[in-house]
Design a protein around this ligand. Structure first.
Ligand code: BDR
Ligand code: CA
Length: 311
């Protein structure tokens, strides 16, 4: 099983990604870093405790409190309209008492697993950037980084051009992309199409091992229906990214120089630009080259998701 350290801002699709990991023997979660983003850091941490409780996970991988605010100096903005007030749609979890100022635990995990470890980032990039600011040499040991974020010449989901994870803290994205060797980006170009339909959700509710998927995804779909009339289901951005860390063959990639717009000018902020022009450019700034997933095999996604969730 792949050893995964997951960084997320535990809203609905993050929660489904965690559940997918719990149920999947190919993944060994070694820790979950819960960040501000869809919800506050505190709520994100609490949501992970809730999921552990729901799945009866005792002595599970450490739950680590990540960043509370972005590097831009702004207050964080949450997304209750998409993920619900507590990040879990209609669900109000009880309050679990847990330490959320234990960021140093990440160091121990990387030291322990070294190049056996991959990092999957499905939320804002602030915590991951912090790791690069403080521990560049240590971070070189990590085998690879799988990042949900960006939108390359396709519409954004928070602004006309920007995707939520990149938009929330473009400074952090800049840092991560500068220093992460071996990063793969899963932008809206693919994640918008990782659609789970109400029929799939009903089948999981009927056949699956867990009852929580339906209330979460019904809520999430209501949001998407309102904003994208005609959409057939809701996109599981974070799940397809985690799948990408396991199933390379499900995707087609291109390695291209990537530029992130940090502009405070609202209309451009957080935009991700890939340079599709020529290979010559790559030699100028090799550190800008990243692997970007542009397409995936939907039937493979469907089979993988349904078999894990109902297996
Ligand atoms: C990303 O933003 C969050 O709202 C989702 O959880 C996902 O990680 C999609 O843009
Ligand atoms: Ca997320």
């Amino acid at each position: 099983a792949k050893k995964v350290l997951l960084f997320g801002d535990i809203g609905i699709d993050d929660a489904i990604a965690i559940i997918y990991a719990f149920l999947n023997d190919d993944i060994e979660l070694v820790g979950i870093v819960a960040d501000y983003g869809n919800v506050s850091r505190e709520t994100a941490v609490n949501n992970v405790y809730y999921l552990y409780d729901l799945f009866n996970i005792e002595n599970g991988p450490p739950i680590i409190g990540g960043a509370e605010v972005p590097m831009t100096g702004e207050y964080p903005r949450y997304a209750p309209e998409v993920h619900g007030e507590h990040g879990l749609g209609p669900i109000t979890p009880e309050n679990y008492v847990g330490d959320s100022e234990n960021f140093f635990e990440i160091i121990k995990l990387i030291e322990k697993y070294q190049d056996d470890l991959i990092i999957v980032n499905i939320g804002r990039l602030t915590s991951l950037a912090t790791m690069f600011i403080l521990y560049r040499t240590l971070m070189e040991k990590v085998d690879g980084f799988y990042i949900m974020g960006g939108a390359f010449w396709v519409p954004g989901n928070v602004t006309a051009v920007s995707e939520a994870n990149f938009y929330a803290d473009p400074v952090a994205v800049q840092i991560v992309l500068r220093y992460a060797h071996n990063a793969t980006i899963f932008p809206l170009n693919v994640t918008d199409y990782a659609i789970v339909t109400p029929e799939m959700v009903d089948y999981i509710a009927y056949k699956g091992k867990t009852k929580i998927v339906k209330p979460l995804l019904d809520y999430y779909y209501d949001f998407y229906k309102e904003t994208n009339p005609g959409i057939k289901g809701s996109p599981l951005h974070d799940v397809i990214t985690l799948m990408g860390a396991l199933h390379d063959g499900m995707f087609t990639y291109r390695s291209l120089p990537v530029h992130i717009v940090e502009a405070t000018e609202e209309v451009q902020r957080g935009q991700s630009i890939a340079d599709f022009r020529s290979v010559d450019m790559e030699e100028d700034e090799p550190e800008k080259i990243h692997r970007i997933a542009f397409e995936f095999d939907y039937p493979m996604f469907f089979n993988e998701f349904m078999s894990i969730m109902t297996g």
